[in-house]
Design a protein around this ligand. Structure first.
Ligand code: NAP
Length: 248
């Protein structure tokens, strides 16, 4: 498929590499311009472009930027045809994104993003740590392959997103509508705990909405104490152990 990816950070860079290696025609942009994109990301054929070009003549757009930068790209997203599949990887972290009152008051994060963009989206890859995504992906059919939830309101968005998730080395679990996607937000049992497909339904069922923000902030506090800042991501083993202890 023709895919435009915004963001080359912890998550975006791995999506670029995996999806181009799987044979997709990938264009990628960050906020600073194509010349600043690491050439290593382009080795499987992805092209570094401007933000505008990444959102032109593509069938799928993947937004892998901080939640508080979504408003910046909304005017470009508004120009996409209705049938374009827009997939968002974002999570709300108040220490990074500043307080967003609607989400603090309980609005589901992906519903907030869809409202900012004024169009349907799918939510995927938000519930896997960057190190697990980079290092633990396996071919379809491998026993104990890690699975992640996918939420969407349109059936075509869901099916295409689930197939692309598999192309990145993970099983995809149909987690239902955007309104129900609070069950895959930070602090939830399914969030960054590297579960298998068989383990996901019980983890989604066990989510308790009121406890998510506290658990999210506890994990951030421990990571910042250990790693020293808010931008270094934990490795694929310690991060999962920590989040399992807090969220499950
Ligand atoms: N880190 C994780 O383990 C993880 C896991 C799952 C989901 N997520 C979520 O996925 C999203 C991305 O996370 P991340 O950790 O990959 O972030 P990150 O490392 O901070 O990278 C963010 C990327 O977004 C780009 N960007 C920002 N504004 C942009 C714009 N207007 N147009 C184009 N590109 C723009 C940045 O480009 P410049 O550098 O040029 O500004 C950068 O490449 C976040 O919402 C995060 O919560 C993260």
């Amino acid at each position: 498929m023709k895919i435009g990816i915004l963001g080359t950070g912890h998550i975006g860079k791995t999506l670029v590499i995996r999806l181009s290696a799987a044979g997709h025609e990938v264009k990628v942009a960050n906020s600073r311009g194509p010349e600043t994109i690491d050439p290593k990301l382009l080795s499987a054929g992805a092209r570094a472009v401007t933000t505008e070009d990444a959102l032109t003549d593509v069938e799928v757009v993947i937004l892998s930027i901080p939640l508080n930068r979504i408003a910046e790209i909304a005017p470009l997203v508004a120009r996409l045809p209705d049938e374009t599949v827009v997939i968002d990887t974002s999570n709300y972290y108040p220490f990074r994104d500043s307080k967003i009152q609607a989400i603090e008051d309980g609005k589901v994060e992906s519903v907030w993003v869809a409202e900012q963009l004024g169009r349907p989206i799918a939510k995927a890859w938000n519930a896997i740590g960057s190190a697990s995504l980079a290092k633990k992906g396996k071919p379809a059919g491998t026993p104990d392959r890690i699975a992640i939830p996918v939420a969407a309101d349109r059936e075509r968005d869901r099916q295409i997103t689930m197939a692309l998730v598999s192309d990145t080395g993970l099983d995809a679990f149909d987690a239902g509508s955007l309104a129900a996607s609070w069950r895959q937000q930070a602090g939830a049992p399914v969030y960054c705990t590297d579960l298998t497909l068989a383990e996901i339904p019980a983890a989604l069922d066990a989510a308790e909405k009121d406890r998510l923000p506290k658990r999210r902030d506890l994990a951030v506090a421990v990571m910042q104490e250990r790693l020293g800042d808010g931008t270094t991501n934990p490795d694929e083993d310690w991060g999962v152990r920590l989040v399992r202890a807090i969220n499950m």
